[in-house]
Design a protein around this ligand. Structure first.
Ligand code: SAH
Length: 454
Protein backbone atom coordinates (compact mmCIF):
# COMPACT_ATOMS: atom_id res chain seq x y z
CA UNK A 1 0.00 0.00 0.00
CA UNK A 2 1.11 3.51 -0.80
CA UNK A 3 2.30 5.68 2.09
CA UNK A 4 0.84 9.15 2.48
CA UNK A 5 2.31 11.89 4.67
CA UNK A 6 -0.97 12.12 6.62
CA UNK A 7 -3.40 9.56 8.03
CA UNK A 8 -7.15 9.66 8.43
CA UNK A 9 -8.21 11.23 11.77
CA UNK A 10 -4.71 12.61 12.31
CA UNK A 11 -4.62 16.06 13.95
CA UNK A 12 -1.94 18.53 12.93
CA UNK A 13 -1.25 22.24 12.48
CA UNK A 14 -0.73 23.61 8.97
CA UNK A 15 -0.40 26.91 7.14
CA UNK A 16 -2.89 27.50 4.36
CA UNK A 17 -1.10 28.64 1.22
CA UNK A 18 -3.78 28.84 -1.45
CA UNK A 19 -7.48 28.94 -2.26
CA UNK A 20 -8.84 26.29 -4.63
CA UNK A 21 -11.07 27.36 -7.50
CA UNK A 22 -13.98 26.16 -5.36
CA UNK A 23 -12.93 28.33 -2.45
CA UNK A 24 -11.37 25.64 -0.22
CA UNK A 25 -8.17 26.39 1.65
CA UNK A 26 -5.16 24.40 0.42
CA UNK A 27 -2.27 23.33 2.64
CA UNK A 28 0.70 21.19 1.63
CA UNK A 29 2.18 18.48 3.81
CA UNK A 30 5.36 17.17 2.13
CA UNK A 31 3.87 18.17 -1.23
CA UNK A 32 0.64 16.29 -0.46
CA UNK A 33 -2.38 18.60 -0.88
CA UNK A 34 -5.04 18.92 1.77
CA UNK A 35 -8.29 20.74 1.00
CA UNK A 36 -9.78 22.48 4.02
CA UNK A 37 -13.19 24.08 4.27
CA UNK A 38 -13.45 27.56 5.76
CA UNK A 39 -9.70 28.19 5.70
CA UNK A 40 -8.04 31.13 3.96
CA UNK A 41 -4.52 31.72 2.64
CA UNK A 42 -2.01 32.74 5.33
CA UNK A 43 -4.11 31.22 8.10
CA UNK A 44 -2.48 28.80 10.52
CA UNK A 45 -5.01 26.17 11.48
CA UNK A 46 -5.19 23.08 13.60
CA UNK A 47 -6.93 20.46 11.47
CA UNK A 48 -8.25 16.93 11.56
CA UNK A 49 -7.76 14.82 8.43
CA UNK A 50 -11.12 13.52 7.18
CA UNK A 51 -10.17 11.67 4.05
CA UNK A 52 -6.92 10.56 2.43
CA UNK A 53 -7.20 10.09 -1.32
CA UNK A 54 -4.74 9.04 -3.95
CA UNK A 55 -3.70 12.52 -5.06
CA UNK A 56 -5.07 14.74 -2.29
CA UNK A 57 -7.03 14.68 0.94
CA UNK A 58 -9.64 16.61 2.89
CA UNK A 59 -9.48 18.04 6.39
CA UNK A 60 -11.58 20.18 8.70
CA UNK A 61 -10.53 23.03 10.95
CA UNK A 62 -10.47 22.31 14.69
CA UNK A 63 -9.16 25.74 15.67
CA UNK A 64 -7.61 28.86 14.16
CA UNK A 65 -4.13 29.70 15.44
CA UNK A 66 -3.76 32.71 13.13
CA UNK A 67 -6.50 34.27 11.05
CA UNK A 68 -6.35 36.11 7.75
CA UNK A 69 -6.97 39.86 7.76
CA UNK A 70 -9.25 39.23 4.75
CA UNK A 71 -11.58 37.01 6.79
CA UNK A 72 -15.20 38.05 7.33
CA UNK A 73 -15.91 36.90 10.89
CA UNK A 74 -19.67 37.18 10.55
CA UNK A 75 -19.99 34.67 7.71
CA UNK A 76 -22.78 32.17 8.28
CA UNK A 77 -21.48 28.58 8.52
CA UNK A 78 -24.53 27.10 6.80
CA UNK A 79 -23.92 29.25 3.75
CA UNK A 80 -20.36 27.90 3.51
CA UNK A 81 -21.37 24.33 4.30
CA UNK A 82 -24.10 24.20 1.68
CA UNK A 83 -22.09 25.93 -0.99
CA UNK A 84 -24.72 28.68 -1.32
CA UNK A 85 -22.10 31.31 -0.54
CA UNK A 86 -18.76 29.47 -0.39
CA UNK A 87 -16.68 32.67 -0.46
CA UNK A 88 -18.73 34.66 2.04
CA UNK A 89 -15.95 34.30 4.62
CA UNK A 90 -13.64 36.30 2.34
CA UNK A 91 -13.84 40.11 2.08
CA UNK A 92 -15.40 41.24 -1.18
CA UNK A 93 -12.30 43.08 -2.44
CA UNK A 94 -10.34 39.83 -2.02
CA UNK A 95 -13.06 37.86 -3.80
CA UNK A 96 -12.66 40.16 -6.80
CA UNK A 97 -8.87 39.69 -6.78
CA UNK A 98 -9.37 35.92 -6.50
CA UNK A 99 -11.59 35.95 -9.60
CA UNK A 100 -9.18 38.06 -11.63
CA UNK A 101 -6.42 35.62 -10.66
CA UNK A 102 -8.54 32.62 -11.65
CA UNK A 103 -8.77 34.02 -15.18
CA UNK A 104 -5.09 34.99 -15.29
CA UNK A 105 -4.01 31.54 -14.03
CA UNK A 106 -6.03 29.75 -16.68
CA UNK A 107 -4.66 32.06 -19.36
CA UNK A 108 -1.15 31.19 -18.24
CA UNK A 109 -1.57 27.46 -17.62
CA UNK A 110 -4.20 26.37 -20.15
CA UNK A 111 -4.04 28.96 -22.92
CA UNK A 112 -0.29 29.50 -22.66
CA UNK A 113 -0.91 33.24 -23.04
CA UNK A 114 0.58 34.92 -19.99
CA UNK A 115 0.65 38.33 -21.66
CA UNK A 116 -3.04 38.86 -22.38
CA UNK A 117 -4.28 41.69 -20.12
CA UNK A 118 -6.79 40.42 -17.56
CA UNK A 119 -8.45 43.53 -16.14
CA UNK A 120 -9.56 43.90 -12.51
CA UNK A 121 -12.94 42.24 -11.96
CA UNK A 122 -15.88 44.65 -11.90
CA UNK A 123 -17.78 44.11 -8.66
CA UNK A 124 -21.11 45.21 -7.19
CA UNK A 125 -21.60 48.05 -4.75
CA UNK A 126 -23.86 45.83 -2.62
CA UNK A 127 -22.76 42.23 -3.30
CA UNK A 128 -25.71 40.48 -1.66
CA UNK A 129 -29.39 39.66 -2.27
CA UNK A 130 -28.76 39.89 -6.00
CA UNK A 131 -30.20 36.63 -7.38
CA UNK A 132 -33.44 36.98 -9.34
CA UNK A 133 -33.99 33.22 -9.25
CA UNK A 134 -34.13 30.52 -6.57
CA UNK A 135 -34.32 26.74 -6.99
CA UNK A 136 -35.07 25.32 -3.59
CA UNK A 137 -35.44 21.61 -2.75
CA UNK A 138 -38.38 20.58 -0.54
CA UNK A 139 -38.12 17.74 1.96
CA UNK A 140 -39.99 16.49 4.99
CA UNK A 141 -38.33 17.31 8.30
CA UNK A 142 -40.12 16.56 11.61
CA UNK A 143 -43.31 15.81 9.73
CA UNK A 144 -43.44 19.19 7.98
CA UNK A 145 -42.39 20.65 4.64
CA UNK A 146 -38.90 22.09 4.86
CA UNK A 147 -36.95 24.28 2.44
CA UNK A 148 -33.24 24.91 2.49
CA UNK A 149 -30.19 23.54 0.77
CA UNK A 150 -28.08 20.39 0.73
CA UNK A 151 -24.88 20.04 2.67
CA UNK A 152 -22.06 19.99 0.09
CA UNK A 153 -21.47 16.60 -1.61
CA UNK A 154 -24.58 15.16 0.01
CA UNK A 155 -28.32 15.32 -0.14
CA UNK A 156 -28.90 16.06 3.58
CA UNK A 157 -30.95 19.18 3.81
CA UNK A 158 -30.06 22.09 6.04
CA UNK A 159 -33.18 24.26 6.52
CA UNK A 160 -32.48 27.88 5.49
CA UNK A 161 -34.77 30.90 5.39
CA UNK A 162 -32.29 33.70 4.62
CA UNK A 163 -30.31 32.69 1.53
CA UNK A 164 -28.22 35.90 1.67
CA UNK A 165 -27.53 36.09 -2.06
CA UNK A 166 -31.15 35.90 -3.24
CA UNK A 167 -33.60 38.76 -3.67
CA UNK A 168 -35.12 39.07 -0.18
CA UNK A 169 -38.61 39.16 -1.64
CA UNK A 170 -37.90 35.70 -3.11
CA UNK A 171 -36.71 34.43 0.30
CA UNK A 172 -40.01 35.54 1.85
CA UNK A 173 -42.03 34.11 -1.03
CA UNK A 174 -40.45 30.67 -0.57
CA UNK A 175 -41.62 30.61 3.06
CA UNK A 176 -45.10 31.77 2.09
CA UNK A 177 -45.44 29.19 -0.71
CA UNK A 178 -44.19 26.47 1.63
CA UNK A 179 -46.82 27.47 4.26
CA UNK A 180 -49.61 27.41 1.69
CA UNK A 181 -48.56 23.97 0.42
CA UNK A 182 -48.38 22.71 4.02
CA UNK A 183 -51.90 24.04 4.63
CA UNK A 184 -53.15 21.97 1.68
CA UNK A 185 -51.36 18.85 2.90
CA UNK A 186 -48.98 18.62 -0.08
CA UNK A 187 -46.37 15.88 0.47
CA UNK A 188 -42.65 16.48 0.07
CA UNK A 189 -40.59 14.37 -2.28
CA UNK A 190 -38.47 11.64 -0.72
CA UNK A 191 -35.38 11.25 -2.85
CA UNK A 192 -34.14 7.94 -1.40
CA UNK A 193 -37.44 6.13 -1.91
CA UNK A 194 -38.35 8.19 -5.00
CA UNK A 195 -41.75 8.76 -3.39
CA UNK A 196 -43.84 11.75 -2.45
CA UNK A 197 -44.77 14.70 -4.61
CA UNK A 198 -43.16 18.13 -4.35
CA UNK A 199 -39.50 18.18 -5.39
CA UNK A 200 -38.55 21.83 -5.77
CA UNK A 201 -39.96 25.33 -5.52
CA UNK A 202 -38.47 27.53 -8.24
CA UNK A 203 -39.09 31.27 -8.11
CA UNK A 204 -38.11 34.00 -10.55
CA UNK A 205 -38.67 37.69 -9.91
CA UNK A 206 -38.05 40.49 -12.40
CA UNK A 207 -35.45 42.86 -10.96
CA UNK A 208 -37.16 45.90 -12.50
CA UNK A 209 -40.69 44.61 -13.19
CA UNK A 210 -41.13 42.79 -9.86
CA UNK A 211 -43.22 40.21 -11.73
CA UNK A 212 -42.93 36.87 -10.00
CA UNK A 213 -43.18 33.29 -11.30
CA UNK A 214 -43.60 30.29 -9.01
CA UNK A 215 -42.77 26.85 -10.43
CA UNK A 216 -43.78 23.80 -8.41
CA UNK A 217 -41.74 20.81 -9.55
CA UNK A 218 -43.64 17.60 -8.89
CA UNK A 219 -42.91 13.90 -9.29
CA UNK A 220 -46.34 13.10 -10.72
CA UNK A 221 -48.74 14.85 -13.07
CA UNK A 222 -51.85 14.49 -10.92
CA UNK A 223 -51.91 17.52 -8.61
CA UNK A 224 -54.86 17.40 -6.19
CA UNK A 225 -56.31 20.96 -5.88
CA UNK A 226 -53.38 22.27 -7.96
CA UNK A 227 -55.32 25.18 -9.43
CA UNK A 228 -56.85 26.16 -6.10
CA UNK A 229 -53.42 26.16 -4.48
CA UNK A 230 -52.09 28.27 -7.35
CA UNK A 231 -54.79 30.91 -6.92
CA UNK A 232 -54.18 31.06 -3.18
CA UNK A 233 -50.46 31.62 -3.90
CA UNK A 234 -51.35 34.43 -6.30
CA UNK A 235 -53.75 35.95 -3.77
CA UNK A 236 -51.29 35.92 -0.89
CA UNK A 237 -48.34 37.01 -3.04
CA UNK A 238 -49.72 39.80 -5.24
CA UNK A 239 -46.56 40.05 -7.39
CA UNK A 240 -47.12 36.53 -8.72
CA UNK A 241 -48.22 36.57 -12.38
CA UNK A 242 -47.64 32.84 -13.10
CA UNK A 243 -47.82 29.61 -11.17
CA UNK A 244 -46.56 26.66 -13.16
CA UNK A 245 -46.46 22.95 -12.38
CA UNK A 246 -43.41 21.30 -13.86
CA UNK A 247 -43.48 17.52 -13.91
CA UNK A 248 -40.26 15.61 -13.34
CA UNK A 249 -40.84 11.88 -12.90
CA UNK A 250 -37.18 10.84 -13.17
CA UNK A 251 -34.68 9.87 -10.52
CA UNK A 252 -32.30 12.71 -11.32
CA UNK A 253 -30.44 15.76 -10.03
CA UNK A 254 -31.78 17.78 -12.94
CA UNK A 255 -34.37 20.10 -11.43
CA UNK A 256 -36.87 20.70 -14.23
CA UNK A 257 -38.68 18.00 -16.22
CA UNK A 258 -39.98 18.44 -19.75
CA UNK A 259 -43.71 18.78 -19.03
CA UNK A 260 -45.32 21.99 -17.89
CA UNK A 261 -48.87 22.93 -16.82
CA UNK A 262 -49.80 26.57 -16.25
CA UNK A 263 -51.92 26.53 -13.08
CA UNK A 264 -52.38 30.27 -12.81
CA UNK A 265 -51.68 33.35 -14.95
CA UNK A 266 -49.75 33.91 -18.16
CA UNK A 267 -47.04 31.28 -17.88
CA UNK A 268 -44.01 33.62 -18.04
CA UNK A 269 -42.66 36.83 -16.54
CA UNK A 270 -41.33 39.94 -18.21
CA UNK A 271 -38.41 42.05 -17.09
CA UNK A 272 -36.39 44.97 -18.43
CA UNK A 273 -32.73 44.72 -19.36
CA UNK A 274 -30.76 47.66 -20.78
CA UNK A 275 -34.05 49.43 -21.48
CA UNK A 276 -35.67 46.61 -23.45
CA UNK A 277 -38.45 44.28 -22.36
CA UNK A 278 -37.82 40.53 -22.20
CA UNK A 279 -40.25 37.67 -21.78
CA UNK A 280 -38.80 34.80 -19.78
CA UNK A 281 -40.33 31.30 -19.72
CA UNK A 282 -39.62 28.77 -16.99
CA UNK A 283 -37.10 26.62 -18.95
CA UNK A 284 -35.31 29.58 -20.56
CA UNK A 285 -31.90 30.73 -19.37
CA UNK A 286 -31.77 34.24 -17.93
CA UNK A 287 -28.78 35.72 -16.09
CA UNK A 288 -29.51 35.53 -12.35
CA UNK A 289 -27.86 38.86 -11.53
CA UNK A 290 -29.69 41.46 -13.61
CA UNK A 291 -27.69 44.49 -12.50
CA UNK A 292 -24.33 42.88 -13.26
CA UNK A 293 -25.65 41.24 -16.45
CA UNK A 294 -26.18 44.78 -17.72
CA UNK A 295 -22.56 45.61 -16.89
CA UNK A 296 -21.42 42.39 -18.57
CA UNK A 297 -23.34 43.06 -21.77
CA UNK A 298 -22.26 46.73 -21.89
CA UNK A 299 -18.67 45.50 -21.67
CA UNK A 300 -19.28 43.01 -24.49
CA UNK A 301 -20.86 45.72 -26.68
CA UNK A 302 -18.03 48.11 -25.96
CA UNK A 303 -15.51 45.42 -27.03
CA UNK A 304 -17.52 44.75 -30.23
CA UNK A 305 -17.19 48.34 -31.62
CA UNK A 306 -20.33 47.88 -33.70
CA UNK A 307 -21.10 49.86 -36.86
CA UNK A 308 -24.51 50.44 -38.50
CA UNK A 309 -23.61 48.25 -41.51
CA UNK A 310 -22.45 45.30 -39.38
CA UNK A 311 -23.92 41.81 -39.58
CA UNK A 312 -23.80 40.20 -36.16
CA UNK A 313 -24.12 36.64 -34.86
CA UNK A 314 -25.51 36.01 -31.36
CA UNK A 315 -24.59 32.38 -30.64
CA UNK A 316 -25.99 30.60 -27.57
CA UNK A 317 -28.56 33.35 -27.57
CA UNK A 318 -31.04 32.23 -24.87
CA UNK A 319 -34.02 34.59 -24.99
CA UNK A 320 -32.06 36.99 -27.22
CA UNK A 321 -30.74 39.41 -24.61
CA UNK A 322 -27.43 40.10 -26.38
CA UNK A 323 -28.62 40.27 -29.99
CA UNK A 324 -31.78 42.24 -29.32
CA UNK A 325 -29.87 44.78 -27.23
CA UNK A 326 -27.62 45.64 -30.20
CA UNK A 327 -30.12 45.19 -33.04
CA UNK A 328 -30.84 48.97 -33.28
CA UNK A 329 -27.15 49.69 -33.87
CA UNK A 330 -26.44 47.16 -36.63
CA UNK A 331 -27.75 45.91 -39.98
CA UNK A 332 -28.85 42.39 -38.99
CA UNK A 333 -28.57 39.90 -36.10
CA UNK A 334 -28.56 36.12 -36.58
CA UNK A 335 -29.10 34.12 -33.39
CA UNK A 336 -28.92 30.43 -32.53
CA UNK A 337 -29.96 28.61 -29.37
CA UNK A 338 -30.74 24.96 -28.59
CA UNK A 339 -33.80 25.31 -26.29
CA UNK A 340 -36.97 25.81 -28.36
CA UNK A 341 -38.82 27.70 -25.58
CA UNK A 342 -35.95 30.19 -25.34
CA UNK A 343 -35.96 30.78 -29.12
CA UNK A 344 -39.74 31.28 -28.99
CA UNK A 345 -39.10 33.87 -26.26
CA UNK A 346 -36.41 35.55 -28.40
CA UNK A 347 -38.78 35.88 -31.36
CA UNK A 348 -41.53 37.37 -29.20
CA UNK A 349 -38.99 39.64 -27.51
CA UNK A 350 -38.01 41.01 -30.92
CA UNK A 351 -41.68 41.76 -31.58
CA UNK A 352 -42.39 43.33 -28.16
CA UNK A 353 -39.47 45.71 -28.71
CA UNK A 354 -40.39 46.49 -32.32
CA UNK A 355 -37.19 44.94 -33.67
CA UNK A 356 -37.38 43.70 -37.29
CA UNK A 357 -33.79 42.90 -38.23
CA UNK A 358 -33.20 39.67 -36.30
CA UNK A 359 -33.37 35.99 -37.25
CA UNK A 360 -33.39 33.46 -34.39
CA UNK A 361 -33.00 29.73 -35.07
CA UNK A 362 -33.39 26.65 -32.88
CA UNK A 363 -30.40 24.34 -33.14
CA UNK A 364 -26.95 23.40 -31.93
CA UNK A 365 -24.66 26.37 -32.39
CA UNK A 366 -21.91 24.17 -33.86
CA UNK A 367 -24.27 22.81 -36.52
CA UNK A 368 -25.98 26.07 -37.41
CA UNK A 369 -22.66 27.96 -37.51
CA UNK A 370 -21.32 25.38 -39.97
CA UNK A 371 -24.46 25.76 -42.05
CA UNK A 372 -24.17 29.57 -42.04
CA UNK A 373 -20.54 29.24 -43.14
CA UNK A 374 -21.56 26.95 -46.00
CA UNK A 375 -24.30 29.37 -47.07
CA UNK A 376 -21.75 32.18 -47.26
CA UNK A 377 -22.95 34.33 -44.35
CA UNK A 378 -20.30 37.00 -43.66
CA UNK A 379 -20.69 38.34 -40.12
CA UNK A 380 -18.59 41.29 -38.95
CA UNK A 381 -18.85 40.40 -35.28
CA UNK A 382 -19.69 37.11 -33.54
CA UNK A 383 -20.87 37.07 -29.93
CA UNK A 384 -20.63 33.71 -28.18
CA UNK A 385 -22.02 33.00 -24.71
CA UNK A 386 -21.78 29.21 -24.22
CA UNK A 387 -22.53 27.15 -21.09
CA UNK A 388 -19.72 25.96 -18.78
CA UNK A 389 -18.37 23.36 -21.19
CA UNK A 390 -17.42 26.11 -23.61
CA UNK A 391 -17.41 25.99 -27.41
CA UNK A 392 -17.53 22.89 -29.55
CA UNK A 393 -14.38 22.63 -31.69
CA UNK A 394 -16.62 22.50 -34.78
CA UNK A 395 -18.07 25.88 -33.81
CA UNK A 396 -14.60 27.41 -33.64
CA UNK A 397 -13.70 25.89 -37.00
CA UNK A 398 -16.80 27.33 -38.68
CA UNK A 399 -16.51 30.72 -36.95
CA UNK A 400 -12.95 31.11 -38.21
CA UNK A 401 -14.01 30.22 -41.76
CA UNK A 402 -16.46 33.14 -41.96
CA UNK A 403 -13.63 35.48 -40.88
CA UNK A 404 -15.35 38.07 -38.65
CA UNK A 405 -13.34 41.18 -37.69
CA UNK A 406 -14.01 40.50 -34.05
CA UNK A 407 -15.25 37.75 -31.79
CA UNK A 408 -16.58 38.66 -28.36
CA UNK A 409 -16.56 35.69 -26.01
CA UNK A 410 -18.74 35.84 -22.89
CA UNK A 411 -17.72 32.99 -20.59
CA UNK A 412 -18.87 31.53 -17.27
CA UNK A 413 -15.89 29.17 -17.00
CA UNK A 414 -12.31 30.50 -17.25
CA UNK A 415 -10.89 27.00 -17.90
CA UNK A 416 -12.89 26.35 -21.06
CA UNK A 417 -12.47 30.01 -22.05
CA UNK A 418 -8.68 29.60 -21.94
CA UNK A 419 -8.87 26.32 -23.87
CA UNK A 420 -11.00 27.94 -26.60
CA UNK A 421 -8.91 31.13 -26.82
CA UNK A 422 -5.89 28.91 -27.43
CA UNK A 423 -7.71 27.19 -30.33
CA UNK A 424 -8.73 30.55 -31.78
CA UNK A 425 -5.14 31.71 -31.37
CA UNK A 426 -3.90 28.80 -33.49
CA UNK A 427 -6.29 29.91 -36.23
CA UNK A 428 -5.29 33.56 -36.42
CA UNK A 429 -7.46 35.21 -33.78
CA UNK A 430 -5.56 37.10 -31.08
CA UNK A 431 -7.04 37.67 -27.64
CA UNK A 432 -6.69 41.40 -26.94
CA UNK A 433 -8.02 41.61 -23.38
CA UNK A 434 -10.29 39.95 -20.86
CA UNK A 435 -12.66 41.70 -18.50
CA UNK A 436 -14.00 39.66 -15.57
CA UNK A 437 -17.38 40.90 -14.29
CA UNK A 438 -18.60 39.59 -10.96
CA UNK A 439 -22.06 38.15 -11.57
CA UNK A 440 -21.93 35.78 -8.62
CA UNK A 441 -20.64 37.57 -5.48
CA UNK A 442 -19.96 35.30 -2.45
CA UNK A 443 -19.55 32.29 -4.76
CA UNK A 444 -16.54 31.02 -6.70
CA UNK A 445 -18.22 31.41 -10.09
CA UNK A 446 -16.28 33.60 -12.52
CA UNK A 447 -17.76 35.41 -15.50
CA UNK A 448 -15.56 37.18 -18.06
CA UNK A 449 -15.67 38.79 -21.51
CA UNK A 450 -12.81 38.32 -23.96
CA UNK A 451 -12.12 40.29 -27.13
CA UNK A 452 -10.57 38.48 -30.10
CA UNK A 453 -9.41 40.14 -33.30
CA UNK A 454 -8.23 38.75 -36.57
N1 SAH B 1 -26.85 34.72 -24.25
C1 SAH B 1 -27.91 34.33 -23.36
C2 SAH B 1 -27.83 32.89 -22.90
C3 SAH B 1 -26.49 32.42 -22.41
S1 SAH B 1 -26.52 30.89 -21.53
C4 SAH B 1 -27.99 35.27 -22.18
O1 SAH B 1 -27.05 36.00 -21.92
O2 SAH B 1 -29.01 35.28 -21.51
C5 SAH B 1 -26.07 29.70 -22.68
C6 SAH B 1 -27.19 29.30 -23.58
O3 SAH B 1 -26.69 28.32 -24.51
C7 SAH B 1 -28.38 28.63 -22.89
O4 SAH B 1 -29.55 29.32 -23.25
C8 SAH B 1 -28.37 27.19 -23.43
O5 SAH B 1 -29.67 26.68 -23.58
C9 SAH B 1 -27.69 27.35 -24.76
N2 SAH B 1 -26.99 26.18 -25.32
C10 SAH B 1 -26.35 25.19 -24.69
N3 SAH B 1 -25.72 24.37 -25.55
C11 SAH B 1 -25.97 24.86 -26.80
C12 SAH B 1 -25.60 24.46 -28.12
N4 SAH B 1 -24.83 23.41 -28.34
N5 SAH B 1 -26.05 25.22 -29.15
C13 SAH B 1 -26.81 26.31 -28.94
N6 SAH B 1 -27.19 26.73 -27.72
C14 SAH B 1 -26.78 26.02 -26.65
Amino acid sequence: MKEYPVKKNQELTVTVTDLSHEGMGIAKVDNYLLFIENALPQEVVKIKVLKVGNKFGFAKVLSYEEKSSARVETANEDLLRTGIAPLSHLQYESQLLFKQEQVANNMRKIAGMPDVPVLPAIGMAKPEHYRNKAQIPVRKIDGKLATGFYRKNSHDMIPIDDFYIQDEVIDKAIIKVREILERFGVKAYNETAHEGFLRHIVIRRGHYSHEMMVVLVTRKAKFFKGETIASVIAEELPEVVSVIQNINEERTNVILGNQEVVLYGKGYIEDRLLGKTFRISAPSFYQVNTQQAEVLYETAFDFAQLKPEDVVIDAYSGIGTIGLSVADRVDHVYGVESIPEAVADAKINAEINGIKNTTYLVGKAEKVMTQWAREGLKPDVIFVDPPRKGLDARFIEAAVTVAPKRIVYVSCNPATLARDLKLFGEQGYTTKKIQPVDLFPQTYHVEAVALLEK
